[in-house]
Design a protein around this ligand. Structure first.
Ligand code: SF4
Ligand code: SF4
Length: 472
């Protein structure tokens, strides 16, 4: 029985409800009157249900699809302006006891190099990341209670926050580790993590169990209920995601939105972010072995439909995607991207020799952070290194209410300019700096509130003379 408030995974992600939804969406894929009604509702910017959004995803009327794309672009502009938040992944360890068939870290893969960073190696990786200009990390580690116990993760977080190299600092550590207990989530909260991210991989229970044949991750309910435990443990910013390509994308899309609805119904706060990874080639993994791959057009449509369905939720795209594909989806609703990423353990300090491959997937966008920053600015975006909300305690429902009444925009825009200014002063190549200074001067003029504008202008001057870390 479908029940979004239930704490049982099979009730809030109800298989029958998804099948019904897909049937309904299919039946109405050319129903212009209904589609128009849903688009009108989406224009109110209060979101859509999984059913309504699924109809838009299935829509076969080209003019209506174009309307959805335009609306997604407009919502993106209204909520996120032209800012794109930057982050980088940091792989701590690729030891893993699970058997996920799509991931090269699966236990049976004996020819991948297994590595786990010591605290000293983490220090070096973080210094390398700080020297690139990063302020926000997503920590990644395989599930291995012996090799990567919670104490190791907690110690690593402490190490990362403690490193102050030149003007560098990691100001927000997001975490992507296996589903764990309420008690461990509580410890992670105390350690100061930002968002807890856990990809569902697939919401289809039967496929899930086949794709995760061995290890603790095999337990679908335990995995799917992880965000509930994270919230009980006090973590109120959680990030959802599915790995597109494993199951039918329309099924995953409905499941993802049902998961968001569940968090809203049960805890009063929806997901902080949604990630949209697609299956990629990696050691021991051939994406062609999975027959649910999606093309770039479908991918773009998914991003646009998520944007109109959950306007307040940030959306993340990684370097799994090519420059061309990232360029396309940035317009449609992506608010965070990674740049200069290394997906191998220890990859920021030293590039691995090929025979030592420890990467989780092949990176498509291999540009440096500076090249990505330059590219974003030439397209009119403001690359932002802002981490203010987390540090000001604006998380969970506090954050969401500021988002919903639009007040957050008074913070995001000047914070983006000030953190970009720090980047330009400390790390940018001369041409990036030239373009960035012009962008900041233009954007400063566009701040509507005179008081905010004058404080931001003063802070920008102070950054130029050596001060750091201002925020609204
Ligand atoms: S997806 Fe995660 S849990 Fe599965 S094998 Fe890879 S690292 Fe381990
Ligand atoms: S002010 Fe908050 S919401 Fe805006 S970019 Fe910074 S951290 Fe994100």
């Amino acid at each position: 029985m479908y029940n979004p408030k239930s704490s049982n995974a099979e009730e809030f992600i109800c298989h029958e409800e998804i099948l019904d939804t897909l049937h309904y969406a299919e039946q109405n894929s050319k129903n212009a009157a209904l589609i128009d009604q849903i688009i009108e509702k989406a224009k109110l910017r209060k979101g859509l249900s999984h059913r309504e959004a699924s109809v838009l995803l299935a829509c076969e009327l080209e003019d209506r699809n174009q309307e959805v794309y335009h609306l997604a672009e407009q919502i993106k502009k209204d909520f996120y302006g032209n800012r794109i938040v930057m982050f980088a992944p940091l792989y701590l360890s690729n030891y893993c006891v699970n058997g996920c068939v799509y991931c090269p870290y699966h236990r049976q893969n004996s020819h991948i190099a297994r590595k786990k960073l010591t605290q000293d190696e983490i220090r070096k990786e973080v210094i390398a990341l700080q020297d690139m200009g990063h302020k926000r990390l997503a920590l990644e580690a395989g599930e291995d209670p012996q090799m990567n116990p919670i104490e190791y993760i907690l110690e690593s977080i402490e190490t990362i926050y403690s490193i102050k190299h030149k003007n560098g600092a990691i100001r927000r550590v997001n975490l992507n580790i296996a589903a764990t207990t309420v008690e461990n989530y509580r410890k992670l909260k105390e350690a100061g993590i930002g968002t807890y991210i856990l990809f569902q991989e697939t919401y289809h229970k039967e496929s899930y169990e086949t794709l995760h044949p061995t290890g603790p991750k095999h337990n679908y309910n335990y995995h799917t209920e992880a965000m509930d435990r994270a919230m009980e443990g006090g973590i109120d910013d959680v990030g959802l995601g599915v790995l597109f390509g494993l199951e039918l994308y329309r099924y995953e899309f409905a499941g993802l939105l049902m998961h968001a609805e569940h968090l809203e119904a049960a805890f009063g706060v929806g997901p902080h972010t949604i990630s949209v990874p697609r299956l990629r080639r990696a050691d021991d993994i051939d994406p062609n072995a999975f027959d649910n791959g999606i093309d770039d057009d479908t991918f773009a449509k998914i991003v646009a439909c998520i944007r109109v369905a959950v306007p307040y939720t940030g959306m993340i795209v990684s370097t799994r995607e090519s420059q061309k594909c990232r360029e396309r989806v940035l317009h449609l609703g992506i608010s965070q991207i990674s740049g200069g990423s290394r997906t191998s353990v220890g990859g920021y300090v030293e590039e691995e020799p090929e025979e030592e491959n420890s990467a989780q997937f092949d990176v498509s966008d291999t540009r440096t952070l500076d090249q990505v920053v330059h590219w974003l600015m030439t397209m009119g975006y403001i690359p932002s290194f802002c981490t203010a909300c987390y540090r000001e305690g604006r998380t969970g429902d506090r954050f969401m209410s500021l988002c919903k009444n639009g007040q957050i925009l008074n913070c995001c825009h000047p914070n983006a300019l000030m953190t970009l200014k720090e980047y330009l002063e400390d790390y940018a190549a001369p041409d990036t700096r030239r373009i960035g200074e012009a962008l900041i001067a233009r954007e400063l003029e566009a701040i509507p509130n005179p008081k905010v504008k004058s404080i931001a202008a003063q802070n920008l001057k102070d950054i130029a003379t050596g001060s750091r870390d201002f925020r609204f």
